[in-house]
Ligand binder design. Structure first.
Ligand SMILES: Cc1cc2nc3c(=O)[nH]c(=O)nc-3n(C[C@H](O)[C@H](O)[C@H](O)COP(=O)(O)O)c2cc1C
Length: 325
């Protein structure tokens, strides 16, 4: 398939794997890229720029296809060594960077000079337009359904994507709630040039996470995510578990007076406990409503090829058939 996104990134299919803390390691990124999509290593999961450089080198040993690195800009008292991470990306010869969390303007000149394509992930049309204005090559438009941080506007993709299509000139991918061929065809219909999937890619053979995480996604329905940290204006969509229930009780009790310190035990240092140790009640971890559409654990190749084959059947069989009838 050829879209503006496949052309921009030099990939076979317009399917991206979004950066995911403690999931986006070389195993998953290379599997997605080898299957014809764009795999993405999560920069900040590597504790130092040196470790990121090693992870990039490891990924390159596993694939000769393009892959990207996610750089998430977090509000933080002691920010990570972003200049070091950017240098590791450039020195590692990475050709695509997915930015998220905050305006990436400060880092664009260095990335652009190195010939790196930048796709910025954001949750509103105004932020997408800003990303376009500052020179990002593409945007990942993340709807309210998404796992992770959906922002504070709560606009689902059935509105957000066609709104983005009305306004944007740069290509964009639909992110949040994407799982299968129906998602891809719908996203393309709404003006996107591809899709970005997070939660769906966790339930794959190659995702380097504990089996309990994959099983939890399979067991979950579309009703099993919760929004946390709303009153801290840092809303996150997570899978319900005992730790999240504890956190929600605190939010209810403390209301607007809540401080980050109050929920520290349920949100800090949780990812290794979940993703590595499989302690599924440890606390909050991002998960999309799309869990309700995930019923199997395929290889990335089977997943991506299945999506492409079925998408063609939907378009040529179902849709064209309806017009021709
Ligand atoms: C477990 C998990 C961890 C994530 N970590 C990050 C992250 O570190 N940085 C980031 O930009 N997005 C992160 N995301 C968001 C994804 O990249 C993607 O935008 C989102 O999952 C799309 O929604 P979906 O889950 O419905 O496909 C994470 C998502 C999940 C499920």
């Amino acid at each position: 398939m050829k879209t503006r996104i496949t052309e921009l990134f030099g990939i076979q299919y317009p399917i991206l794997q979004g950066g995911m803390h403690f999931v986006g390691l070389a195993e998953l990124a290379s599997a997605v890229s080898n299957a014809g999509g764009l795999g993405i290593i999560t920069g900040l999961t590597q504790r130092t720029p040196e470790l990121l450089a090693k992870e990039i080198a490891r990924c390159r040993e596993m694939t000769d296809k393009p892959f990207g690195v996610n750089l998430t800009f977090l509000p933080s008292v002691t920010p990570p060594d972003y200049p070091g991470y950017v240098k590791a990306i450039i020195d590692g010869g990475v050709k695509v960077v997915e930015t998220a969390g905050n305006n990436p303007q400060k880092w664009l000149p260095a990335l652009k000079e190195a010939g790196i394509k930048v796709i910025h992930k954001c949750t509103s049309v105004r932020h997408a337009l800003k990303a376009e204005a500052i020179g990002c090559d593409a945007v990942s438009v993340d709807g309210f359904e998404c796992g992770g941080h959906p922002g504070e506007d709560d606009v689902p993709n059935f509105i957000l994507l066609p709104r983005a299509a009305e306004e944007l000139k740069v290509p964009f991918v639909a992110s949040g709630g994407m799982a299968n061929a129906r998602s891809l065809v719908a996203a393309l219909s709404m003006g996107a040039d591809g899709i970005n999937m997070g939660t769906r890619f966790i339930a794959t053979v190659e995702a380097p996470v504990h089996q309990n995480v994959k099983d939890a996604i399979l067991a979950a329905s579309e009703l099993d995510t919760r929004l946390i940290m709303r009153s801290l204006r840092n809303t996150e969509r997570v899978l319900i578990n005992a730790g999240v229930e504890r956190l929600l009780e605190k939010e209810k009790a403390l209301g607007d007076k809540i401080k980050f310190e109050d929920i520290f035990p349920e949100v800090a240092g949780i990812y290794p406990k979940i993703m590595v140790e499989g302690q599924m009640d440890a606390g909050a971890w991002s998960c999309g409503m799309v869990a309700g559409l995930i019923h199997d654990i395929p290889t990335c190749k089977a997943l991506i090829e299945g999506i492409m084959t079925e998408a063609e059947q939907i378009v040529r069989g179902r849709l064209v058939g309806m017009f021709d009838a």
